[in-house]
Ligand binder design. Sequence first.
Ligand SMILES: [Zn+2]
Ligand SMILES: [Zn+2]
Length: 275
Amino acid sequence: MLSARNLIPFRRRRFCDKKKVGREMNTDIRQRYPYLYETHLHTSEASACARSTGKEMARACKEYGYTGIFVTDHNWGGNTAIDRGLPWEEWVEAFGQGYEHAKTEGDRIGLDVFFGYEAGYCGTEFLIYGIDTAWMKAHPQLQEAGVEEQYRLVHGAGGLVVHAHPYREADYIREVRLYPEWVDGVEGVNAAHSNSHSKGHAHPEYDARAIAYACANKLPMSAGSDIHNTQLFGGGVAFRRRLASAEDYIKAILTGEDYVLTDGEKWYDRLGNII
Ligand SMILES: [Zn+2]
Ligand SMILES: [Zn+2]
């Protein structure tokens, strides 16, 4: 007859193999939330620090299994690849090329591609969603807008302003600056911080701080990879249904629809708890 003591090793083997449990759980989560979106992605057409084109990024993301991507290149306040001396409309046109190339390829291969951008303010960065290049061209005041005015303009147009990696420390970020009243949400999980394959900004504690900040201010959270080439991390936001548009994404985030966050390895509920 087996004594309780004899049972312990068996139980440990069966239930405490964390690696196995993690893999099984991930498969289960992917089945429950099959529609994965990359929300933070750069292209070499418009971001000086990116290495792959919009077309290449779209292909890699489709292969990885993403349902869709948001192209979020660095704007005039960040590491843009577009000549800042260009007239506004020409600047916006050139800036949109990374997105356009990703979109053309996405339409061909079955990947949903949405426009966005990453706005820089002396290193403090915001992810902007739900507007397009036509709207940008019609709003040249964006160029001079401070963080508060940016929020008024973008939020007023039905767009979404998300504070990107709020606690990242880097050469290009002078200091951590927080604007809870001038954002709609917070990038709680940035795969560049926490994915084990990241070669830059790899500090998981930046994510932990961002999650705590979002929770303390009751701001919804997103996740993205901040990817600059086709060596994807797999980060993003996963939903139970396919999103119809960028506006649909915004609605889902703001209304607290059932979604999960990932850095490509770990999974979190939308409140930032590891699941
Ligand atoms: Zn960059
Ligand atoms: Zn970025």
